[in-house]
Write a protein that binds this ligand. Structure first.
Ligand code: FES
Length: 384
């Protein structure tokens, strides 16, 4: 589809575009075409051309004649933008704008070409106008006047454009402001709008800069729902990160605390325990419940040697410390190993509801060579 012949490039109208008739082109293809034209110094596509390419219509200069056959792509006839118009075209080397304006008369200083663009009803962007100015400046064509710029922007003006051909002022090229001055004016206008179009080199194909340089109002990802969703996701990620960071920073100022289990707790009713050792509370409270025919007491599961937790050996009817081998009988009385005394017993009492209330913060001991506390009140509960 590309027209890369020397002939096609020299005429510079179609560039790489396929000749009419052709299908509608998408933004990417149009942007690539603009970039190609900019690289080769060919006339850039105008907004009207782009609109026609997007909608699958002939470009204005193509539509000016008959829908061109394929062969016409390399020999444009009355194309306004063609730098080398066919002999039949009523133009002079100065360019189509002044020529047409001079030939047709005018409306203010708006050329016929611009009037036609305005009549098509599409508002130009400032970047597109800047690109058009750059093209005219490069080609030595008269620059767009302030009135033309205003008309293309669709802004209200005293010199509002009309589809009619152009004013006498436009017929005299000398009366038109110099291209550089108008270009500077347009650039200032664009800069005021914050849409600077000063680019160095050839913008990358398909980028917004390439689009702007080529006069395409918007090329690339459009502001679709998908893009808005992506944007929201990015912002949500940023917000989540900042929130996590703030919470971590705030946590730094909080005290480091350990929450120990309660020292006082209920372990049910005495009737729930049979004779012997019950180990069901060992993991949770580090105690064993021991019941004899007349007493119920609670042994605190800590070896009196160095504090290990002994194991209950039901087959041997004794507690055995895994650390250094101390042995205790079923009531926690030491009889072997380095343990210096029996294991301690926790305070027990009846709660108002009749359950056994244990308090491990208060222990009863039997130190070696001293009286035993195991018969003190609170060291056991009497049961029958
Ligand atoms: S800690 Fe139990 S025997 Fe040493």
């Amino acid at each position: 589809m590309a027209d890369e012949s020397a002939e096609g490039v020299r005429h510079g109208v179609l560039g790489h575009l396929p000749p009419w008739p052709r299908k509608a082109l998408n933004n990417s293809v149009i942007a690539m075409e603009q970039a190609y034209r900019q690289r080769k110094g060919l006339p850039l596509l105008t907004d009207a051309d782009i609109e026609a390419l997007k909608t699958g219509q002939p470009m204005p200069w193509e539509a000016g004649g008959t829908p061109a056959p394929a062969g016409a792509s390399t020999a444009p006839t009355a194309a306004p933008a063609a730098p080398t118009a066919a002999p039949a075209a009523p133009v002079v080397p100065a360019g189509p704008v002044s020529t047409v304006a001079a030939a047709t008369g005018g409306n203010g200083n708006i050329s016929e070409e611009v009037a036609k663009w305005v009549a098509q009803g599409k508002k130009w962007s400032k970047s597109a106008i800047a690109a058009e100015q750059a093209r005219r400046n490069r080609k030595g064509l008269p620059a767009l006047t302030e009135a033309e710029i205003t008309a293309l922007l669709g802004e209200p003006s005293a010199a509002a454009p009309a589809p009619a051909p152009v004013a006498a002022a436009a017929a005299t090229p000398a009366a038109r402001p110099p291209a550089s001055a108008v270009a500077a004016s347009a650039a200032a206008s664009v800069a005021r709008a914050g849409e600077s179009t000063k680019y160095v080199g050839t913008p990358a194909v398909g980028t917004s800069r390439a689009a702007a340089a080529g006069g395409v109002a918007a090329v690339g990802p459009e502001d679709s729902e998908v893009n808005r969703g992506r944007r929201r996701m990015v912002w949500a990620s940023v917000a989540a990160f900042l929130t996590a960071w703030f919470l971590a920073f705030f946590r730094f100022f909080l005290p480091r605390t350990l929450f120990e289990p309660a020292t006082s707790f209920k372990i049910g009713y005495p009737e729930e325990y049979g004779l012997g050792v019950d180990t069901k509370w060992q993991q949770k409270y580090r105690i064993w419940v021991d019941r004899t025919p007349d007493r119920l007491f609670v042994i605190y599961a800590r070896c009196t040697h160095l504090g290990c937790t002994p194991d209950w050996k039901p087959s041997e009817n004794k507690f055995k410390c895994p650390c250094h081998g101390s042995g205790y009988d079923s009531e926690g009385i030491n009889f072997e190993g380095p343990a210096p005394r029996p294991m301690d017993r926790a305070h027990v009492e009846r709660a108002p509801d009749g359950q056994i209330l244990v308090d491990v913060s208060k222990l009863y001991q039997w130190p070696k060579g001293q009286p035993s506390q195991f018969n003190d009140d609170g060291a056991y509960l009497s049961v029958s």
